[in-house]
Ligand binder design. Structure first.
Ligand code: FES
Length: 624
């Protein structure tokens, strides 16, 4: 066995010869990005290794000699040959701490009709004369108590008649896991056959000793890049805490297509990476709030269609090739034990429905959170990530589409790109005097540029006349200001603008092309939705930017680049992670849960690829 020491954490692992460092890092949950899924193509998984090894020096995209001499290697191409120490790049942290102020969303949700109800129970103690089984005793007590408490309302629930007049049954053993049954009856014996039952519909999800014991649930946004989780009191709707972690699945590639490919090779590893991230985030929240898992009785998950398929261990392959058909598109409800969610006692885990193969449960969450299907106005909501999902609502009727924006908005495939973490440049100012300043997350030393920083930087380059409308960086000879001229440099055979000379953070010509492709994809989607519905951009009463990327966006600069239509800025607002909020609403509220089903049935999907004029519009939208 070889000993591998990982810096800066100092963690030590033991591994047999021949394993790749990528496999070790993924298995141990140390997050390094593997954007090409470990195929040696992107050169992004660099680590430093001591002593240096021949292995990993020749990936399919070999590193420059200077980097090799400095001991840098591609983790995905380097195999363990003996004891070694590896240094992960600065910023390998897993938690996403930064949020724009708009994301300090209100923490009290409108519960309306709650999904959960409590029924106080007083059971007859067993005796030689009454030898009913514990479960029968509990079941009959539940039935009686529910009738006594709710009268006719119990018809919707326990032991009554459903709306269609058919007899409905009490909970059956199939609905209550045997392990739960054992813990419930232990509690009853301990508590002298008195308890407080918590029911979701007909399902008994929790038995507690007292009314004071609260019940909780998790809303989970399973994103391609991050997993955003919030913990809620299910009866009041209050948010107890929130955590955002980088999705461990990133080790299998930055985009959903590489996840689909990796799933074919090792479905268990790909699924478990996502489930592990969820488990970690939820457990951290419970620990912080000192809440025992048995008090968690419900979880609602949203995500794009591929992530939802992987979550349920369904092969997402049919989603990735024509005619793009999901295996299932409705709401799915399963017991927490199916996911080995040790942070949840009993009760269900639900995923919200999908709208199409490209528009998922996360968009349903956005629609619920922004009340798009209820408001009497014309509004556009955009959730930008590696895909851009766009929803147009006119007086409650909904039409949606999805565009492949690519990873540029998340800082991937950008020369100095990084995710929106501490040290990422979020905003750039270029003054007419030639001074350049940047703002970073955490106000510390710049480490790279995230998506909103790239938008801001490119908009400033345009305004300063350093970039033309086709997206070409100007020849330094055409630039009057000497200080700006000095910042125009050559980087790997292409022009680049030096944003932070000390840290050598630059925006290259290729970065600008990547941004143009991403913004053209989103803008084409917006324009074609508007055209399909006969609405002019000026008629939009509101434009809502959802998602982590939207939260950090400088709206006037996004308008300047043509990412979104030219509208008065007061009509544009930033909604934070609306997908997560939508999941939280469906977590606590019966109304919102029902509405999710209506959105699934009522929202129309517009397929862009087959539309005449798509290519032409896309080409036009490339211009600034
Ligand atoms: S080169 Fe290693 S992940 Fe792409």
């Amino acid at each position: 066995m070889c000993q591998i020491t990982v810096l800066p954490s100092g963690l030590v692992f033991h591994e047999g010869k021949g394993t790749t460092l990528r496999e070790v890092l993924v298995r141990e949950g140390l997050l390094l990005d593997f954007p090409c899924g470990g195929r040696g193509l992107c050169g992004q998984c660099k680590i430093a290794i001591h002593p240096p090894t021949e292995s990993g020096s020749r990936g399919r995209n070999p590193l420059p000699d200077a980097e090799l001499q400095a001991g840098l290697r591609l983790a995905c191409q380097t195999v363990v040959e003996g004891d070694c120490t590896i240094s992960l790049p600065e910023g390998g942290e897993r938690e996403v701490r930064w949020r724009a102020p708009s994301q300090q969303e209100e923490t009290l949700l409108p519960v309306g009709a709650p999904l959960m109800r409590r029924v106080p129970l007083r059971l007859q103690a067993p005796s030689l004369e009454d030898q009913r089984a514990d479960w029968e005793r509990l079941r009959e007590a539940l039935e009686k108590a529910a009738w006594a408490q709710e009268g006719p309302r119990a018809q919707e629930g326990l032991g009554g008649r459903a709306g269609n007049g058919q007899e409905r049954s009490c909970p059956t053993l199939e609905e209550v896991p045997v392990a739960a049954l054992e813990s419930f009856t232990e509690l009853l014996r301990r508590n002298l056959w008195q308890a407080e039952a918590v029911l979701e519909g007909e399902s008994l999800v929790c038995l507690s000793c007292s009314r004071e014991e609260r019940i909780y649930g998790f809303a989970i946004d399973l994103g391609t890049t991050t997993v955003d989780v919030s913990l809620h009191n299910l009866e009041t709707g209050r948010q107890i805490g929130r955590r955002t972690l980088l999705n461990r699945q990133s080790a299998f590639g930055a985009d959903v297509i590489s996840r689909v490919q990796s799933f074919q090779a090792d479905r268990r590893a790909v699924r478990e990476a996502a489930l592990d991230t969820i488990r970690e985030a939820c457990s951290l929240l419970l620990e912080e709030a000192r809440i025992p898992p048995r008090q968690v009785v419900r979880s609602v998950v949203v995500g794009n269609p591929i992530m939802i398929h992987i979550f349920h261990d369904l092969n997402p392959l049919p989603l990735a090739s024509a005619p793009y058909i999901p295996l299932v598109s409705g709401m799915i409800r399963r017991p927490a034990t199916d996911f080995s969610f040790s942070f949840q006692g009993y009760g269900a885990v639900e995923t919200l429905p999908l709208i199409s193969a490209f528009v998922g449960a996360d968009t349903v969450g956005v629609i619920l959170a922004l009340d798009l299907e209820h408001r009497a106005e014309t509004a556009l909501a955009i959730d930008i990530g590696t895909n851009g999902e766009i929803v147009l609502s006119r007086d409650g009727s909904l039409i949606t589409t999805s565009t492949a924006a690519g990873p540029a908005f998340e800082g991937a495939q950008i020369r100095c790109g990084m995710r929106a973490l501490e040290g990422a440049v979020t905003s750039v100012t270029i003054r007419t005097t030639g001074e350049v300043s940047v703002k970073t997350i955490g106000a510390g030393r710049p480490r790279g540029i995230c998506g909103s920083g790239l938008i801001s930087g490119v908009a400033e380059l345009l305004e300063a006349g350093l970039l033309d409308a086709t997206g070409r960086l100007k020849d330094p000879k055409q630039i009057d200001s000497s200080s700006l001229r000095q910042r125009m440099v050559q980087e790997e055979g292409q022009r680049a603008f030096l944003l932070c000379p000390e840290e050598r953070i630059l925006i290259t010509q290729k970065d600008i092309r990547e941004l143009q492709l991403a913004k053209a994809a989103v803008r084409t989607g917006i324009d074609m939705l508007l055209e399909e519905t006969g609405i002019r951009a000026g008629q939009l009463q509101r434009l809502r930017l959802a998602g982590n990327f939207g939260a950090g966006l400088d709206v006037p600069k996004a308008i300047r680049l043509g990412l979104i239509p030219r509208l008065p800025v007061e009509r544009v607002d930033v909604a934070g992670n609306a997908a997560l909020r939508g999941a939280a609403l469906a977590l606590v509220s019966r109304d919102y849960r029902l509405r999710a089903g209506c959105v699934h049935r009522g929202c129309r999907f517009l397929e862009l690829a087959g539309k005449p004029g798509f290519q032409m519009r896309f080409a036009e939208a490339m211009f600034f």
